[in-house]
Design a binder for this molecule. Structure first.
Ligand code: PLI
Length: 459
């Protein structure tokens, strides 16, 4: 491992939050009380929190300064105008509808763009995205390239859409039965894998022939842009901003969880170019979120988001961000720990099929691994396997994803390389005693998005 490849933090630390580790005996008690679900652990009982990169980012001094400039008027907030101009400038879309977070945007888009019975092809499912599509009568179809389901295969742009699969579904179902194509940049559950510009362009060309719309899940679009700059021919000399702008030129709109690449703690938005669709979205935003000029966010949050978006497209920021994640991945790889390769943009995913070959998927090995890592080290992470995948809406059977993973998700601008060392040592240590990880069974299984609040016991 060449340490020179990893840049130092491009920031100085101005405010700190103390972390502490409770004893192993206390952690054993905590995880039992939490029903072996790391979502149900109190933050104060966690040492290093890698549950998610969502809303857990550290804001800059400029963002905190912006918070004091909040215009909390019920209608026509100047912070919305700032956010709108920033999104229009960076993404290039005509209209923006603010929402309280990403799933608020997914709710509105699914209601206005899906007719019951229509298909929604996408590059792998995401939990809340698929939930809203299905709730509105849509049928999600996975059209990501096959390689994305193979954890150990190290190839670039593993998040790409398989154009043959897209063509097949159009031919089979008819273009009028496709609501839209949902293209995620990057693909969270595939390991934070990026999509190439070439692929986005090709998807646009193919769908354009049939008049099918394409909506991006823009949640981690800046991370995707960094991978394009680093790995796709012809982009090395382009700015991150220009790459982001070109990416979105191949979309009709997008949903955005601002809690990731906008470098804030809350917020989201929905974008589109189509005037009629915008009208419909505005009619719904007042029902579910708030006025079209705040949509579930405070004025101060919109200001912080506008500033955060500008910061996110700075090269020094995004290079450090992606490489810090890669640093953790490389450390684990060097020690022989099986992970999804290549390392993606926001997290290192442990490949639990190889980590715990002694456990069958029905015994929730990834869920159990998250609980064990917490007890061993105080590090909190998240299951991304059979529990997250939920049940098929029509058959009631468990979805059984090929990828059974644990996600070590790195918040932005929060932890240092030394924290990554501590996490790596904890995982490596657990890997050496992996046989002691036991299976789990449900004691409470929620009907939807079960991973958030489910409870388990050890078998
Ligand atoms: O958590 P929201 O509602 O702001 O965003 C939902 C959402 C949509 N798309 C993608 C790709 C996500 O990753 C996402 C939220 N992700 C979470 C909470 C995560 O921990 O990955």
């Amino acid at each position: 491992m060449n340490l020179n490849e990893y840049p130092a933090e491009p920031f100085r630390i101005k405010a700190v939050e103390t972390v502490k580790m409770i004893s192993r005996e206390e952690r054993e008690k905590v995880i039992k009380e939490a029903g072996y679900n790391t979502f149900l652990i109190n933050s104060e009982d966690v040492y290093i929190d890698l549950l998610t990169d969502s809303g857990t980012n550290a804001m800059s001094d400029k963002q905190w300064g912006g918070m004091m400039m909040g215009d909390e008027a019920y209608a026509g907030s100047k912070n919305f105008q700032h956010l709108e101009k920033t999104v229009q400038d960076i993404f290039g879309f005509k209209h923006i509808v603010p929402t309280h977070q990403g799933r608020g945007a997914e709710n509105i888009l699914s209601q206005i763009a899906i007719k019951p019975g229509q298909f929604v092809p996408g590059n792998m499912y995401f939990t809340t995205t698929r939930y809203h599509q299905e709730r509105n009568g849509g049928i999600f179809v996975d059209i990501i390239r096959d390689e994305a389901h193979n954890a150990g295969l190290e190839i670039p742009f593993k998040g790409n859409i398989d154009l043959n699969k897209l063509q097949d579904i159009i031919d089979e179902k008819g273009p009028e039965n496709i609501a839209y194509v949902c293209l995620a940049v990057t693909v969270n559950l595939a390991g934070g894998q990026p999509v190439s510009m070439e692929n986005m362009r090709a998807v646009r060309e193919l769908t354009g022939k049939y008049g099918i719309k394409v909506f991006f899940d823009a949640t981690r679009c800046v991370e995707n842009a960094y991978f394009i700059k680093e790995q796709e021919e012809g982009f090395a000399h382009k700015s991150i901003k220009d790459i982001v702008r070109e990416m979105f030129s191949y979309a009709d709109g997008c949903t955005m969880s601002g809690k990731k690449d906008c470098l804030v703690n809350i917020g989201g938005f929905l974008c589109m170019n189509d005037d009629d669709l915008f009208s419909s979205a505005k009619e719904l935003v007042v029902v579910y979120e708030g006025m079209p000029s705040y949509g579930g966010m405070a004025g101060r949050d919109m200001e912080a988001m506008a500033i955060g978006l500008r910061e996110s497209i700075q090269f020094e920021y995004i290079e450090h961000r992606v490489k810090q994640v890669r640093y953790l991945g490389e450390k684990l790889k060097e020690a022989g720990v099986p992970i999804i390769e290549p390392v993606g943009g926001h997290a290192v995913f442990l490949d639990v099929r190889r980590f715990c070959p002694h456990l069958v998927q029905e015994h929730f090995p990834a869920q159990s691994l998250t609980a064990n890592l917490y007890v061993e080290s105080g590090v909190r992470c998240m299951e991304r396997g059979i529990v997250s995948a939920g049940r098929d809406k029509t058959t009631g059977e468990n979805h059984r994803p090929k990828l059974e993973t644990v996600r070590l998700t790195i918040p932005r601008r929060v932890y240092t390389y030394k924290h990554m060392d501590v996490v790596a040592d904890a995982v490596i240590n657990l890997y050496q005693h992996k046989e002691k990880i036991r299976g789990l069974r449900f004691v409470y299984e929620p009907k939807q998005l079960r991973f958030f609040t489910a409870r388990f016991e050890e078998i």
